[in-house]
Design a protein around this ligand. Sequence first.
Ligand code: SF4
Length: 287
Amino acid sequence: MSALPEKTRSSNNFNKLKKRLEREVGKAIGDFNMIEEGDRVMVCLSGGKDSYTLLDILLTLKARAPIDFTLIAMNLDQKQPGFPAEVLPEYLQRLGVEYRIVEEDTYSVVREKIPVGKTTCSLCSRLRRGIIYRVASELEITKIALGHHRDDIVETLFLNMFFGAKLKAMPPKLHTDDGRHVVIRPLAYCAEKDIARYSRAREFPIIPCNLCGSQENLQRKQIKQMLAEWEQQYPGRTANIFTALTSVVPSHLADTGLYDFNNPGGDIGEGDTVFDPPQIAGPGLIR
Ligand code: SF4
């Protein structure tokens, strides 16, 4: 059998990658009931690979979805120096998708409040979150879609564990405390490396994410590095850690608020396996 020409091979590979991402996004949407009939979904676009991929895949899925919903792309122009303000409107106009660009100079606020050299991300994201919620109310949005993926979720799990002493990650779907907004993360099952490959192949007009001049959070950087080393040594480990988040056994943890150890009963997960060795599963099984 003759080998396939390079061009055909790479187009086959791209199609496989595209199908995988679509399948994973479709599954996340189904598993968490992320999008329903009549929803107005605001897709937050930063100009990075993740949010471009999110919008792209959602548009594809919408075209063949059995339900009707609206997608509205939203970008917050935070007035960072050198932000190419024309890139996203041009891209979105070409796509023909409804969009809203919101201009708010959070950059100056952050610069004024945080000394030079300190990490500005936490204030910056707090301000951004407030604006996103306000715009969502103005546009009568029912779901706010963010581009966080599986690797972001696993990194957050370790950040919270190592630096906050909490077993807590980033949920695929979240109702805000005041009950006014629902945040969804349709890329929750997607690996960052797949998104990066997809984004390169689709040649999205990426806007660099370091315009604000802030250093990436050092702790997150360390966690990323740790996970990358693990992944190299034990391929499939990140996927396994994510899958563990979908298969929690409260009776085998130590949170008295989550499980009544004085009055055991009901579903105790895998039962009395106290002297059993830990289970070894295959890599990356999303059930
Ligand atoms: S990297 Fe810059 S723009 Fe992004 S959250 Fe941090 S301060 Fe804000």
